[in-house]
Ligand binder design. Structure first.
Ligand SMILES: *[C@@H]1O[C@H](CO)[C@@H](O)[C@H](O)[C@H]1NC(C)=O
Length: 209
């Protein structure tokens, strides 16, 4: 009798586990909150939600940075919503770079598929961690720290990043400072840069002088 009871209890445990929340594919029709997207209805979820094909083609590097970041965050890849992971493809033309930036919400690991990069990050005690990276190398960039990559090789570079969040955020310092209407005088006073240099950077990055 006891044995049957245990058998019955464990059987019902197993069957109830089929209702567990295995995943939460993002419902892109509703707004994203701090915890991500709400879940798409179970019956509407298909394997396609768990596949992202946007990395098949190189990003367009015809821009001032000579760089392209193709994100596969929850907005582009709803299957990873709620799974604390996401990715990005990084293409750098010869001489291209990712300008100084942070991912406020995630640690990054970057694997170099092709090319030679100079890469580094700066710790919260202002110590610099600088190196060169070659094909097959992986580098970790701790959450929130300012970092960059430069293609110092003679060929285009390709790398893939993985992040510890579905919404890592990308916060480029140069764009935050110079690609908007933040008054030149405030930039002068807060950075010690001279106004000619600030004007030049605003012109380069699309800010308003
Ligand atoms: C790449 O971007 C540049 C600048 O925006 C544009 O002129 C060009 O047509 C784009 N190339 C492709 C292949 O989309």
């Amino acid at each position: 009798m006891m044995f049957l009871l245990i058998l019955f209890t464990s059987a019902s445990l197993f069957s109830s586990s089929s209702n567990a929340l295995d995943f939460c594919v993002g419902d892109l029709s509703a707004p994203q909150g701090p915890a991500g997207y709400s879940c798409k209805e179970g019956e509407a979820v298909t394997v396609k939600d768990f596949v992202f094909s946007g990395f098949r083609v190189a990003g367009n590097t015809s821009n001032v940075m000579k760089a392209a970041v193709t994100p596969a965050f929850s907005t582009q890849f709803p299957g990873v919503n709620g799974l604390d992971v996401s990715l990005a493809r990084l293409d750098l033309a010869v001489g291209g770079r990712t300008a100084m930036h942070t991912h406020p919400e995630a640690t990054e690991v970057l694997i170099i598929i092709q090319g030679t990069l100079c890469a580094g990050f700066i710790s919260s005690t202002n110590k610099v961690y600088l190196t060169s990276l070659h094909e097959g190398d992986v580098m970790a960039f701790p959450q929130g720290l300012t970092h960059f990559q430069i293609n110092v090789g003679k060929t285009p570079a390709l790398a893939f990043a993985s992040f510890s969040s579905t919404s890592p955020g990308i916060y480029f310092m140069d764009y935050a400072w110079f690609a908007n209407d933040l008054p030149t005088q405030i930039l002068q006073e807060t950075t010690f840069l001279d106004s000619d240099q600030i004007k030049k950077l605003k012109e380069l990055l699309g800010g308003i002088n």
